[in-house]
Design a protein around this ligand. Structure first.
Ligand SMILES: Nc1ncnc2c1ncn2[C@@H]1O[C@H](COP(=O)(O)OP(=O)(O)OP(=O)(O)O)[C@@H](O)[C@H]1O
Ligand SMILES: [Mg+2]
Length: 511
């Protein structure tokens, strides 16, 4: 008998429905056609054991399985359940009506239990689009798939539950999540809040500016000064994610098999890869292509702690994605693209020894060591960082203060307001939403200085020996500072503040 079952393949972040035809005939053998990889070819062993251990069997006949479209490579073990159901029906062990109205996915253990799959959200979105009635998948992935409304999503623990469901036994119910309500509820409670950070008012101000204009930022300070603590709190002051952004980000995490309990991610992600990370883990790729850290940070923050410790070639591969806000992975037969629009926060010690050049520091570094250390970060990546700020440890009295600092929710209100001003300003310009994205043409149009500001900037550039690349960055950051005050003109005090945020351009750092 010939039956059709449906599965799905995920490329990049989009799914394609896969039609699986199972034909059982006289003879012997297990033949798989339609570009399956080895994991799928091995499925017969898992399916045989899983069925046997649950009172069913893999028929000793000629089983031919065709996966279509044939030109699309099918990978991984997530088709076990699709094939198993197809075989059960084709060998008349179970009788199923409406089999063609479901997408079925899951990897089988030998006892018939189910292992989680990747990309459940993308698959669910596609299934809904194509008019399927339901989606049957491992219970571990049910929450991310249930985000999709208008599709019956069934989380199952083992193959027996699936059989019972199709034969009308048991009591399997679709999972229903009120996504909208959960989405708005979690927004008010950031996991890490700026109110935990004592003192550091000037750094917080600086991070507020970075958040308001979407500016990449580097924090320079000795060990223990709170750099990591501050960076972790940046997502909490960025404007709340829109539903569209939340879906995009969740999709990527779903494809990487990294969705947490929650289902829909309503908070902006914070990713902090270790400096020993490889280029593949950072930007994505591999033989089964997977999104990297820069895509997991999509719509959120990528924190590169100890920036100079990262391998130069690893930082090099981040350049393009940082510019394009997406990353393209090319293989001989296909290319896939993952979104990667994130805010970069980097941190570094002021010297390889860890401390600012001050006589009381426990370790000091020679000028040559210093030069080598800083040269590692100069160039392409640093060119994309608008704000440099020095972080000093807070004095003991501050740390022990009882008084609570301003909460992230309060700071976020000002940030969101400044973002609204920017959205209006750039309303008619494609791909331009906030100040950090301005190119030199836009800077000349939107960052016009009066004479007083201009002469201030000129004097500062000469006196502090600021490089030419600092010029555009200062203008952009000054634009954001003005926006935070809802001031249309950029005034001298905005310029004066922006000039302070170019530590690494000054003489003695990168020269
Ligand atoms: N301003 C602060 N308010 C409250 N706690 C602070 C503050 N600064 C530092 N701390 C405390 O010190 C700890 C160390 O800070 P953190 O790890 O962020 O420092 P760091 O600059 O990242 O250091 P390293 O260079 O060693 O990574 C924090 O976990 C926090 O408990
Ligand atoms: Mg740290």
């Amino acid at each position: 008998m010939l039956v059709k079952v449906f599965g799905s393949a995920v490329f990049g972040v989009e799914a394609t429905t896969i039609t699986v035809e199972v034909n059982i005939d006289k003879g012997v053998g297990y033949h798989l056609v339609g570009l399956p990889d080895n994991a799928i070819k091995e499925s017969s062993y898992r399916i045989a054991a899983a069925l046997k251990n649950n009172g069913y069997y893999l028929p000793g006949k000629k089983i031919t399985i065709n996966m279509a479209p044939a030109d699309l490579r099918k990978e991984g073990s997530a088709y076990d359940l699709t094939l198993a159901v197809g075989i059960l029906v084709a060998s008349s062990q179970i009788k199923v009506e409406e089999l063609d109205r479901y997408v079925i996915m899951g990897e089988l253990s030998l006892d018939g239990g189910l292992q989680p799959i990747k990309g459940a959200l993308s698959i669910a979105i596609k299934a809904k689009e194509e008019g399927f009635k339901g989606f049957i998948l491992p219970i571990q992935n049910v929450k991310e798939a249930a985000i999709v409304e208008g599709l019956d999503v069934y989380g199952v623990e083992n193959v027996l539950q699936v059989i019972d469901f199709f034969e009308g036994r048991g009591n399997l119910q679709p999972t229903i999540i009120d996504t909208q309500t959960e989405f708005s509820r979690t927004l008010e409670f950031p996991e890490f809040d700026f109110s935990d950070v004592k003192g550091q008012e000037s750094i917080k101000r600086c991070m507020e500016i970075a958040a308001a204009g979407g500016h990449n930022i580097i924090l320079i300070g000795p060990p223990g000064s709170g750099k990591t603590m501050l960076a972790k709190r940046l997502p909490s002051i960025l404007p709340p994610m829109t539903m569209k952004e939340a879906l995009e980000t969740t999709k990527i995490h779903s494809v990487a098999g990294k969705t947490k309990e929650a289902g829909l991610m309503s908070q902006r992600p914070f990713r902090s890869p270790h400096h020993t990370a490889s280029s593949v883990s950072l930007v994505g790729g591999g033989s089964y292509p997977q999104p990297g850290e820069i895509s997991l940070a999509h719509n959120g923050v990528l924190f590169l702690d100890e920036l100079p410790e990262f391998k130069r070639e690893v930082l090099e591969v981040m350049r393009q994605p940082l510019e394009d806000r997406e990353v393209t992975i090319s293989r001989a037969k296909f290319t896939i693209t993952y979104p990667s629009s994130f805010m970069l926060v980097a941190s570094m010690n002021p010297s390889p020894g860890g401390y600012f050049n001050d006589p009381d520091a426990p370790v000091s570094s020679s000028p040559a060591e210093m030069q080598r250390y800083l040269s590692k970060i100069s160039g392409p990546l640093l060119d994309r960082i608008d704000i440099h700020i020095e972080v000093n440890p807070v004095p003991f009295e501050k740390l022990t203060e009882k008084q609570k600092a301003e909460s992230s929710v309060e700071i976020r209100k000002r940030v969101t307001h400044a973002r609204e001003i920017q959205s209006q300003r750039f309303e008619n310009l494609e791909n331009l939403h906030y100040n950090a994205q301005m190119g030199s043409k836009h800077i000349r149009e939107f960052c016009v200085l009066d004479d007083a500001s201009l002469s201030l900037l000129k004097t500062a550039m000469e006196r502090l020996n600021l490089s030419a690349r600092a010029y555009d960055r200062i203008l952009k950051v000054a634009r954001t500072i003005a926006d935070l005050e809802a001031s249309e003109p950029i005034k001298p005090n905005h310029i004066a503040e922006a000039i302070q945020y170019r530590s690494l351009d000054r003489e003695g750092w990168l020269g």
